[in-house]
Design a protein around this ligand. Structure first.
Ligand code: SAH
Length: 236
């Protein structure tokens, strides 16, 4: 159940190469650690997650998956990077986290096996790494129960996002390895909204994520020119 044509092997390899540093808060994954409390709180402001079944798509080393499980959800983390999954499993074992399983699977194949199984789907910082995000969004819609929630985050596509997310983050501030993001794969909020709507998901909340490189602080607020979060709900 683990392979899909809707995956870019070079992208998966990129994350595999770095996987051993996933839980190092001063590594390439520092931004994911820094934004994690923010996104966890944002998800929980829409839906109480205690006891809920959640699938985290493109979970990587498990930063979000683990925090969801520690909050009391029953979490499935899926990814196609075996190395990232190995790190995720080991970390969960060491931290003795309950209610967490990791599977090597694409969203599309899990959706075939577990349609309408999950109360919540999270797909964060992942859509900009796949060849056809519409298939992943459709799989999210299939995985979630009627009335359930889908939370996505990705990067907008415009001059400002190019300057901030690629030039700034990869070349000036060296926050991310060069080549982490590809401009052509960025997705505008209206493109993502239209993919979601075609899949049967309705938008509930769209919010920007902002970063101040001087204070190193992240926050959510209006303005979706660069990073943004989208909360969606499947109709009952
Ligand atoms: N969602 C995590 C990790 C983001 S990094 C977080 O925000 O903390 C992007 C992850 O997506 C990587 O682990 C990469 O291996 C995974 N990925 C890329 N393409 C994928 C695909 N087609 N299917 C599943 N996972 C994929």
């Amino acid at each position: 159940m683990n392979k899909t044509s809707n995956a870019d092997s070079a992208e998966i390899e990129k994350f595999s190469q770095l996987a051993h540093r996933w839980w190092d808060k001063d590594s390439e994954f520092k931004p994911l650690h820094a934004i994690n409390p923010l996104r966890l709180d944002w998800i929980r402001s829409h839906v109480p997650i205690e006891g809920k079944k959640i699938v985290d798509i493109g979970c990587g080393g498990g930063i979000l998956s683990e925090s969801l499980a520690l909050t009391g959800a029953q979490v499935t983390g899926i990814d196609l990077s075996q190395k990232a999954l190995k790190v995720a499993k080991l970390h969960a074992l060491e931290a003795e986290v309950k209610g967490l399983e990791y599977l090597e699977s694409s969203a599309e194949s899990l959706a075939e096996q577990r349609p309408e199984f999950y109360d919540v789907v999270t797909c964060m910082e992942m859509l900009e790494h796949v060849p056809d995000p519409s298939l992943v969004v459709a799989a999210c819609a299939r995985l979630v129960k009627p009335g359930g929630w889908v939370f996505c985050s990705t990067i907008n596509r415009n001059l400002q996002s190019f300057l901030m997310a690629i030039v700034g983050a990869e070349y000036v501030l060296n926050m991310l390895p060069r080549g982490t993001h590809e401009y052509a794969k960025f997705i505008t909020p209206s493109e993502l909204l239209s993919l979601a709507e075609s899949a049967g998901l309705s938008a509930v909340n769209l919010i920007g994520m902002h970063f101040n490189p001087i204070t190193q602080r992240y926050w959510l607020g209006s303005g979706t020119k660069v990073n943004y979060f989208l909360a969606l709900q499947k109709s009952v």
